[in-house]
Design a protein around this ligand. Structure first.
Ligand code: RNT
Ligand code: ZN
Length: 416
């Protein structure tokens, strides 16, 4: 039985030509890829005490973080139980189940990820993958695939090749295509003299990694650019222009991270341009705040704009939505739940937009009506539709999830 509030909302939307049932139907078909690294501050299982490098940083020391993959999976289960819909897991190679073995990253094989694969299969979750080009002695000077030393480059090329093979197995075993994202930290703190050579080396390294064709039903590769990192403020080898060129030339997926551009730029204006020239997109839905690119996702204009663009442009079928934030200053499970629920809320808001009325106004050159309707749409009764979705998906409605996270903190996290 739907709530009376939902029925009223349904009528209000219907008056503007919006079918809330169709929106909810569509919403449940769109998976969000949950990033494993929110659960342990990007520490990973290889050497959880190593300092995070690569110009990314998780600040804060909220108690109870996952210290083993087992704990991380337990925490992920908790978070997933509080998020409506069927989603995916986004795993970094840094989270191999090494069980005390010493295996170099260029020698990683699927068996090191079998527990994760089985965990996803049991839950019907798709699995995405990321080679890890940071927090490693061979990346300490800030360079990996663009390194001057051919031996260091070769090590990281082999890591990339190993990861693509593992990713293909993940896709095969789960029966859902794995999206593998390549992000490297390479760059300089201070102004370089030679901006060209590292980029030429990066292109050659990527070509070597991607040389072997893989069935796109199992794995697809994406490349992620960045504007700057901590310690690479003056020059990032894999800039936006670099990867845009690379992805277009090689028909790879481009990864757009919402925190990786100039602060006045928005992903929403990049999606239709990129999809004109690359087959598919991977999004890292995130939130930049000053120097940081990884704050917990909000229901804000930037995130709403991204989802609106995906719906309006009919781009959902060519876009893989992932999350990328890490906050160590609040309960980490709450961070997952807040950020993911917010991304889904923004999607629902976009699906509930009276797009055809807006499009009609725009096409008629009636920009007055376009602005008026866009603003009026902001006070439509979205809340009851969202609550109805949570109820139907058997997850807590409203802020009720918070009590569950607090109880989990008491019973589980505080014992760690
Ligand atoms: C870093 C990139 C990258 C990472 C993860 C851990 O700036 O956004 O996606 O956050 O791979
Ligand atoms: Zn990212």
């Amino acid at each position: 039985m739907s709530t009376p509030a939902y029925s009223l909302a349904q009528e209000a939307y219907a008056a503007l030509g919006v079918n809330t049932e169709a929106a909810l139907q569509k919403l449940q078909s769109i998976p969000i890829s949950l990033h494993c690294w929110q659960g342990d501050d990007v520490a990973g299982s290889e050497n959880p005490d190593a300092t995070l490098s690569g110009g990314i940083q998780a600040t804060g020391n909220y108690p109870g973080k996952a210290r083993t993959n087992g704990q991380l999976r337990q925490d992920l289960d908790k978070a997933l139980a509080l998020i409506p819909g069927k989603h995916r897991l986004n795993l970094h190679a840094l989270y191999a189940d090494l069980d005390g073995k010493k295996v170099e990253r260029n020698a990683y094989t699927t068996d090191l990820f079998q527990v994760w694969i089985d965990w996803c299969k049991e839950r019907g979750l798709g699995l995405d993958f990321n080679p890890s080009y940071f927090s490693h002695p061979l990346s300490n000077d800030g360079f990996t695939l663009a390194h001057k030393d051919p031996g260091v480059r070769q090590f990281w090329i082999e890591h990339g090749i190993a990861c693509r093979k593992i990713a293909a197995d993940m896709g095969k075993q789960t029966g859902k295509t794995c999206i593998t994202n390549f992000w490297i930290p390479d760059g300089y703190k201070d102004t370089p003299v030679d901006r060209k050579a590292p980029r030429a080396r990066l292109e050659a390294s990527l070509d070597a990694i991607f040389a072997e064709p893989i069935d796109p039903a199992f794995n697809r590769d994406a490349v992620e650019s960045k504007l700057f990192g901590i310690g690479s403020e003056s020059y990032v080898v894999g800039s936006h222009e670099f990867y845009m060129g690379y992805a277009v030339k090689n028909q790879k997926l481009i990864t757009l991270d919402a925190g990786h551009f100039h602060p006045t730029e928005n992903l929403s204006d990049k999606i239709s341009s990129m999809l004109q020239f690359v087959p598919e997109l991977l999004l890292h839905v995130s939130r930049g705040v000053r120097w940081d690119s990884d704050h917990v996702v909000l229901v804000d204009d930037a995130t709403r704009g991204i989802m609106e663009e995906l719906v309006r442009g009919d781009f959902l079928g060519r876009t893989h939505i992932g999350l990328d934030f890490f906050d160590a200053s609040i309960n980490r499970i709450a961070a997952w739940v807040i950020g993911t629920r917010n991304a889904i809320k923004c999607l629902l808001l976009a699906l509930l937009e009276p797009t055809s009325a807006l499009r009609q106004a725009e096409n008629a050159g009636d920009h007055t009506s376009r602005l008026a309707l866009l603003e009026e749409a902001k006070s439509l009764p979205f809340g009851p539709v969202w609550d109805e979705y949570c109820k139907r998906q058997n997850v807590p409605v409203g802020a009720a999830w918070l009590a569950e996270v607090k109880a989990y903190e008491c019973q589980v996290l505080s014992q760690r």
